[in-house]
Design a protein around this ligand. Structure first.
Ligand SMILES: Cc1cc2nc3c(=O)[nH]c(=O)nc-3n(C[C@H](O)[C@H](O)[C@H](O)COP(=O)(O)OP(=O)(O)OC[C@H]3O[C@@H](n4cnc5c(N)ncnc54)[C@H](O)[C@@H]3O)c2cc1C
Length: 489
C-alpha cells in the first residue's frame, strides 16, 4: 500500500463554508483537524454561488432603487456597464483563487490535503491527489462530511450534449447571451433571471407548476417579484414543463427547448435552476453501509443517524436541513462544540436553544432573495403554520405607508407579514418584501430566537423615519385588532 498515512482527531471532507468552519471549530475545541478539498477552499459559495451572484445583482438593485429617488432618476437611466459589473464580480469571487483562504486555514492551524477524498470504512478517508499520490487519513474521533451539493438536473434525454448552464455558468459567464431560458422558479432561478435580464439578455422563465415563484415563501412574495420581473421584460411562463433540450448543430448553435404541450423555444443558453442534489455519489458511502447519492440524515447534533458508533457527522447543504451558507456555518459552530465536548466525555447542553442543539434549523432560518424587490424572511410562513397546526395571528402591513419608505423611494411598494403565536404571544415568522428590507432581517431573527414577548417589543423603539418602523405598525395593527376581539387563524 503506497502513499502516506496520518492520524487526526477530526477529518473534514469538503472545504466549503460548512467544512471550513467545522475544521476551525473542532481545532478551537483543542482537537487536531485536517480538511480535504478537491477544488477551491471556500466551496460553491465563494466562487459559483453567493459571492458572484450577489456581485451581479448589486448594480441591478442599486439602479432600481436610484430610479425611484427624485433628482437621481435621470442620472441612472442608461444600461449597466457590463464589463465593470463582470470585473467587480471577478473581484468578489477572488478571481477564482483561494490563496486568502489557505492563509486563513494556516492561521487557525488546520492541515489541508488537496485531492478527492472518499470514505474507506469507519473513521477512514483515502485521498487521491492531483499528482497521483494517495494520502490515508484516520480519524480518532470524527469524520465530518461537508461535500455540499451540485445541480439537480431533470432526467431529460440528450441534456448533457446540450451543455445547459448550471449555477457555475450563470455566476461566472464572461459574455451576455442574447437569449437565456431559465428553467425553475425558486431562489436561484429568480436571482439569475433578475441579473441576466438587466445585463442585457432576453430572459424566458419556465416554471413547472402554477403555484408562482418562490413557492416555499408567502405567496405575496412570489407575486411581487413576478410583477417586477415582467415589468423588466422577462417572459414568465407558469405550468410549463421541459421534455427535451438539444443544441441544433455545432458548438456555437442555439439550443432548442421542447415543452410538454409540444411548443418549442430557441435560445442561446438554457440555465437549469431546478434544485440541488447531494454531492455524495463518489465519496465512499457504500464502504460504511450508506447509499451513494443520498442526502445524509442527521440528528440535532449533526451526527449521521444511520451510522453506529457516532463517528460520522454531516454539516452544511449535504444534510438537506437548510441549504444556505450562514446556516451551514451555524451548523458547523454547533457541531464543532458538540464534537469537542464528546471527545472530552462531557455532557451536552442539548436543550432547545442550548449550545449543543441545532435549534435555529427548525425555528429560525433567515433568508434573503436578492431580487427586485428583495424578499426577506425568517421562521414560519402562514402555510407552514397551517400545516403544523400552529395557532397564529397573521398581521400584515403595507410598508409603502411608512414615512421611512417614502423617504427611501418615491412610490415605494412593499409588504410585511408577521406571525404571532396566539398562545404564547411571541413572533414565530416574518416576511418582508420591499427595497431595503434585507437589513431588517437580523432584527426579525433576534425577535424570533429570543422568543421575546410582544409586550416587550413595544419598548424596542424604531427610529423615525426608517423602514424599521414597520415593527411599530405591525404591533399597532395587532393591538388594535385584539382590542376589536380579532381571532387567530
Ligand atoms: C447561485 C447560488 C446562489 C446562492 N446564494 C446564496 C446566498 O446569497 N446566501 C446563502 O446563504 N446561500 C446561497 N447559496 C447556497 C450556498 O451556496 C450553499 O448553501 C453553500 O455553498 C453550502 O456550503 P457547503 O459548505 O455545505 O457546501 P459547498 O459550498 O458546496 O462546498 C462543498 C465543498 O466540498 C468539496 N468536495 C466535494 N466532494 C469532495 C470530495 N470527495 N473530496 C474533496 N472535496 C470535496 C467541493 O469541492 C466544495 O468545495 C447559493 C447557491 C447558489 C447555487
Amino acid at each position: 500500500m503506497g502513499g502516506t498515512s496520518r492520524v487526526y482527531d477530526v477529518v473534514v471532507l469538503g472545504a466549503g463554508p460548512a467544512g471550513e468552519n467545522l475544521a476551525e471549530r473542532t481545532r478551537a475545541a483543542g482537537l487536531t483537524s485536517v480538511i480535504v478539498e478537491n477544488e477551491l477552499l471556500g466551496g460553491e459559495c465563494s466562487f459559483w454561488a453567493c459571492e458572484p451572484s450577489k456581485a451581479l445583482l448589486r448594480p441591478v438593485v442599486a439602479r432600481a432603487d436610484a430610479r425611484r429617488v427624485p433628482g437621481l432618476r435621470r442620472a441612472v437611466q442608461g444600461p449597466l456597464d457590463v464589463p465593470a459589473v463582470f470585473a467587480y464580480r471577478d473581484k468578489m469571487s477572488a478571481y477564482w483563487q483561494d490563496g486568502d483562504q489557505v492563509e486563513w486555514l494556516n492561521s487557525v492551524s488546520v492541515d489541508l490535503v488537496r485531492g478527492h477524498g472518499r470514505l474507506d470504512g469507519p473513521r477512514k478517508v483515502v485521498v487521491h491527489t492531483a499528482d497521483g499520490d494517495t494520502v490515508r487519513l484516520t480519524a480518532r474521533h470524527v469524520v465530518g462530511v461537508c461535500t455540499g451539493t451540485i445541480t439537480a438536473f431533470p432526467d431529460l434525454p440528450g441534456l448533457g450534449q446540450a451543455r445547459p448552464w448550471t449555477n457555475r455558468d450563470a455566476t461566472a459567464a464572461r459574455h451576455v447571451p442574447d437569449r437565456l431560458i431559465v428553467v425553475g422558479g425558486g431562489v436561484v432561478a429568480v436571482e439569475m433571471a433578475t441579473a441576466w435580464q438587466a445585463l442585457g439578455s432576453q430572459v424566458t422563465m419556465l416554471v413547472r407548476g402554477h403555484k408562482g415563484l418562490l413557492n416555499r415563501m408567502e405567496p405575496f412574495a412570489g407575486e411581487m417579484v413576478a410583477d417586477s420581473l415582467r415589468a423588466a421584460g422577462v417572459d414568465l411562463r407558469f405550468g410549463t414543463s421541459v421534455t427535451d433540450v438539444a443544441r441544433e448543430d455545432g458548438a456555437e448553435s442555439p439550443v432548442r427547448v421542447t415543452l410538454a404541450d409540444g411548443d418549442s423555444l430557441v435560445s442561446d443558453e438554457v440555465l437549469f435552476a431546478t434544485g440541488r442534489a447531494p454531492h455524495t455519489s463518489d465519496i465512499g458511502l457504500e464502504t460504511v453501509g450508506l447509499t451513494p447519492g443520498d442526502w445524509l440524515t442527521v440528528d440535532d447534533s449533526y451526527r449521521v443517524t444511520d451510522i453506529a458508533g457516532g463517528w460520522l457527522y454531516a454539516v452544511g447543504d449535504v444534510n438537506h436541513r437548510a441549504l444556505m451558507t450562514h446556516q451551514g456555518k451555524y451548523q458547523a459552530r454547533i457541531a464543532g462544540a458538540v464534537i469537542g465536548e464528546r471527545a472530552k466525555g462531557e455532557t451536552l447542553d442539548d436543550r432547545k436553544w442550548g449550545a449543543h442543539a441545532s435549534t435555529a434549523d427548525s425555528h429560525a432560518v433567515p433568508q434573503v432573495v436578492f431580487s427586485e424587490p428583495e424578499v426577506t424572511c425568517v421562521g414560519l410562513t402562514t402555510q407552514e403554520a397551517e400545516r403544523t397546526g400552529r395557532r397564529v395571528d397573521v398581521v400584515d402591513y403595507d410598508i409603502g405607508r411608512l414615512a421611512g419608505a417614502a423617504q427611501y423611494a418615491d412610490g415605494y411598494s412593499g409588504k410585511a407579514r408577521v406571525l404571532i403565536d396566539a398562545d404564547r404571544g411571541t413572533v414565530v415568522g416574518v416576511t418582508f418584501v420591499g427595497p431595503g428590507t434585507q437589513e431588517l432581517l437580523y432584527s426579525a431573527t433576534v425577535v424570533i430566537t429570543s422568543e421575546m414577548p410582544v409586550d416587550r417589543l413595544w419598548h424596542a423603539v424604531p427610529a423615525f423615519p426608517t423602514i424599521s418602523e414597520v415593527w411599530l405598525r405591525i404591533l399597532e395593527t395587532y393591538r388594535d385588532r385584539a382590542a376589536r376581539g380579532g381571532d387567530a387563524t
